[in-house]
Design a protein around this ligand. Structure first.
Ligand code: CA
Ligand code: CA
Ligand code: CA
Length: 170
């Protein structure tokens, strides 16, 4: 049985990917996400971190398109997202983690202002807000990402959490 709660959660995930809100997910949404994170931290697109983030965003888009863009029109519609992406990612969360990992690693690098390989909870919340989360949701989600409670968010914490968030259980 498909619950309305399930559908609400799917809609929220779709909206997260559809950064420009035009009703489908495409490459521009991923580059918009990269741009928003760079702007939040004042990082130049031409910098090493900026380039890594755009490359990670492109790899993420290619991976998602490979899974979900069934008609090959370079757009993932809501229907493709629900019927391909969500089901396939749920069946294989590890694959999703690998698709997202270069992007997430690059995001952490941008948000890692002291170079220790992790981002503070406050800086992680800034990332989430840059990607469209509300202030309250961003604070809560950033704190929840710090599963070892050391006050910072690292790759080992963010990648599985991200995969869990998007592989919505029915
Ligand atoms: Ca879009
Ligand atoms: Ca398509
Ligand atoms: Ca931590």
């Amino acid at each position: 049985m498909v619950s309305s709660e399930y559908e609400r959660r799917i809609a929220a995930r779709f909206a997260t990917f559809d950064q420009d809100g035009n009703g489908y997910i495409d490459r521009l949404d991923f580059s918009a996400a990269a741009k928003a994170v760079l702007a939040e931290f004042g990082t130049a697109a031409r910098s090493d971190k900026g380039q890594a983030l755009y490359l990670g965003a492109e790899a993420f888009w290619q991976g998602m398109a490979g899974i979900a863009d069934r008609d090959g029109d370079q757009r993932i519609t809501r229907d493709e997202f629900v019927n391909s992406a969500v089901k396939r990612l749920r069946d294989n969360p590890d694959r999703f983690a690998e698709i997202a990992r270069p992007f997430l690693r690059a995001v952490l690098d941008v948000a890692d202002t002291d170079g220790d390989g992790r981002a503070t909870i406050a800086d992680t919340a800034r990332v989430l807000k840059a990607l469209g989360a509300s202030d309250e949701a961003a604070q809560g989600a950033a704190a929840a990402l710090d599963t070892d409670a050391d006050g910072k968010v690292g790759e080992a914490e963010i990648v599985p959490a991200f995969a869990r968030y998007f592989t919505v259980p029915e």
